[in-house]
Design a protein around this ligand. Structure first.
Ligand code: F0G
Length: 463
């Protein structure tokens, strides 16, 4: 088999600015060891997120010029609406400015104190919006999804037995929604199988619980289904996508991911009464229902991107990128989540830095080390992002301590990825010099965005 090449040519480029190790030491210190506080210009390879960072195609840029900026009933809205209806089969489409705006609206309508929203794994903004409504978010991930080093084809699957037991314990009347995240971002970008979607749907039907999909990375998930679920081996991705959404009562989506857009999102659904309530909130918070916080040109870019993302040459290259990086790291002994996720490579920071206790945030310490060594910006998905304190003020650990290297879509080439592998392997070989971190400032919610940290001044040597 020959090299799987980038299925695009580059028409427009932007410069990367290089920094020295000495400069990065100061930058990191000044940013309180928090990558969100580092200026983008001080980053060499930016793997903080795949969200809103895609390179748009020439067709999308052409669409930008076609954007109809009418306040009500713009052509661009109808293009956007029809595209989403065609792809998902969901009849009602409500634009929003990004994923969390969709979540805020949906959960303000259906969430309340005493209610539970059940998922395979909720993304952090999804959980925060559920909790802001008074409801609780419940993650019921399958067992294999919780062990980073053990390969399994569908580590994003929901634990269907646990779902059934949870309904029996809390009562179906207290569960207004089940939302399946595809792919499971917080659990390593791992896919959910069609079989699992069908089983979850069957339980939802039995107890009359609506099922939604968090569709941020629907195309990547469906490509994994094609690769790994025998039944779909010869089925085109767009048909797999159609079947996936056919089981859903609705979805929320951040168009900043699989729609290759720099901003945008939507809610799509079947229930007219729920849609009316969402639209009423939309008008207060986002805008009129035919633009929902977006410019007409954004609606065009999203509509075009949603069709482009189902190109199987693109998806093959996309999935190969993360697999290629994972293979290189695994061959060097680096503890990396297996198999590779769709949009990102996840390092197992607990295993990588096993001399740093979870209370000293090994994930964030690894993020800092990668920046220092090579100007690579990554993101902790562990106890800094998800950790809470118990009533005695002790840290309640997250399920896993991961570092995510999210790959922006169509932005970096193979040599950028080779460089990333070289830096990580170098850091791994010098891992014993890395120190843990402590938090000096934190906000009450979503603390990882603004937290300030410093190095603890001793090395924890209990291993
Ligand atoms: N759901 C999932 C699964 C996500 O990954 C994200 C965003 C959202 C919802 C919220 O969408 O950012 O448009 O408001 N994930 C980004 C990330 C931020 O880096 O993974 P948003």
């Amino acid at each position: 088999m020959k090299t799987i090449i980038e299925p695009f040519k580059i028409k427009s480029v932007e410069p990367i600015y290089f920094t020295t190790l000495e400069q990065r030491k100061k930058i990191l210190f000044d940013a309180f060891y928090n990558p969100f506080l580092i200026k983008a210009q001080d980053v060499i390879i930016d793997l903080l997120t795949d969200s809103g960072t895609s390179a748009m195609s020439s067709a999308q840029w052409a669409g930008i010029m076609l954007g109809d900026e009418s306040y009500a009933g713009s052509n661009s809205f109808f293009h956007f609406e029809k595209t989403i209806q065609d792809i998902t089969g969901l009849p009602i489409v409500i634009p929003t400015h990004q994923g969390r705006a969709s979540e805020k609206i949906l959960f303000s309508v259906i969430g309340a104190l005493g209610k539970y929203i059940v998922s395979n794994t909720l993304f952090d903004t999804t959980r925060a919006n559920i909790e802001a409504s008074g409801a609780q978010g419940i993650d019921l991930l399958c067992a294999e999804g919780k062990i980073p080093s053990t390969p399994a084809p569908f580590k994003g699957n929901m634990d269907v037995d646990a779902f059934r037991n949870f309904i029996k314990e809390k009562g179906a009347e207290n569960i207004p929604l089940c939302i399946v995240t595809v792919t499971n971002n917080s659990g390593g970008g791992q896919p959910v199988s069609m079989q699992n979607i069908r089983e979850v749907r069957a339980v939802c039907d039995e107890y009359k619980i609506p099922m939604f999909i968090d569709a941020c990375r629907f195309a990547e998930n469906c490509y994994f289904i094609k690769l790994r679920e025998k039944e779909f081996e010869h089925v085109p991705v767009h048909a797999i996508v159609g079947e996936l959404f056919s089981y859903a009562d609705g979805c929320t989506m951040s168009a900043k991911k699989d729609a290759f857009a720099n901003i945008g999102g939507f809610i799509a659904l079947r229930n007219e009464e729920l849609a009316m309530q969402c639209r009423n909130l939309l008008i207060i918070t986002e805008g009129f229902p035919t633009y929902g916080g977006l410019a007409g040109r954004d609606l065009e870019a999203i509509a075009i991107g949603l069709k482009e993302v189902m190109d199987e040459n693109y998806l093959q290259y996309r999935i190969r990128t993360t697999e290629y990086l994972t293979e290189k790291l695994a061959a060097a002994g680096v503890p990396v989540m297996q198999p590779a996720g769709g949009h990102a490579v996840y390092l197992d920071a607990k295993a990588f830095l096993n001399h740093i206790p979870v209370t000293q945030y090994p994930g964030q310490a690894l993020v800092a080390a990668l920046y220092l060594a090579g100007g690579i910006r990554s993101c902790e998905i562990g106890s800094l992002m998800f950790g809470k304190y118990d009533e005695n003020g002790n840290l309640v650990e997250a399920m896993m301590e991961l570092v995510r290297l999210a790959i922006p879509r169509r932005v970096y080439t193979q040599s950028h990825i080779d460089y990333v592998a070289e830096v990580i392997i170098e850091v791994y070989n010098n891992r014993h010099q890395i120190k843990g971190l402590e938090v000096t400032y934190e906000a009450p919610a979503l603390r990882h965005f603004t937290a300030r940290l410093k190095e603890v001044d001793f090395l924890f040597l209990y291993n």
